[in-house]
Design a protein around this ligand. Sequence first.
Ligand SMILES: [Zn+2]
Length: 213
Amino acid sequence: MSAHCCHADTPTGKPIPPSYRRALWIALVVNFGMFLVEMIGGWGAGSASLLADAVDFFGDAANYALSLFVLSLGLAWRARTALLKGLSMGAYGLYVLVQAVWNGWHGVLPEAGTMTAIGALALIANVSVATLLYTYRGGDANMRSVWLCSRNDAIGNLAILLAAAGVFGTGSGWPDLLVAVVMAGLGLSAAQQVVRQARAELREVATQPLHSH
Ligand SMILES: [Zn+2]
């Protein structure tokens, strides 16, 4: 999972073809829906790794929203939106770490069955969205970026299933916490990259106000 992997490649300044726009809308709804499902499921099942996987769905949903609404607004607004996205992802990643520590401290035993069901649903959602976007890809989208993005997301979903098996097998919450901490760490470093790039773009806009577009 990486914050910059699942962006939709839409060339700036050109209108998005209607079929691709519809595919982006579906991708946005599915990713935001899965963010909510994993967040609520993570709370309900006491699973920090489900909460951690939700950060990728949030980041991807933000990217699709960015492609649909913000790309045409120019560099300054794109950078500001990206900065907001990076900061939200970072805050959420920190929250997941705190929740993981809390769960570990209180010896919470996650529900392996719920983790397995939601992890499998997340895998199906990611593969479906990747297939959809690849089918209706617009402009510059290439097979490699779709493949890399889906592969990383699928690895995250498989890690949830592995953690669920570990929780079931050991009767302890540690496999869940281990996966949660690794995924939250990856989410935080991705958030940091997003913030750094957005700041650089904002500096660029500030120093060259007449040449930005
Ligand atoms: Zn992703």
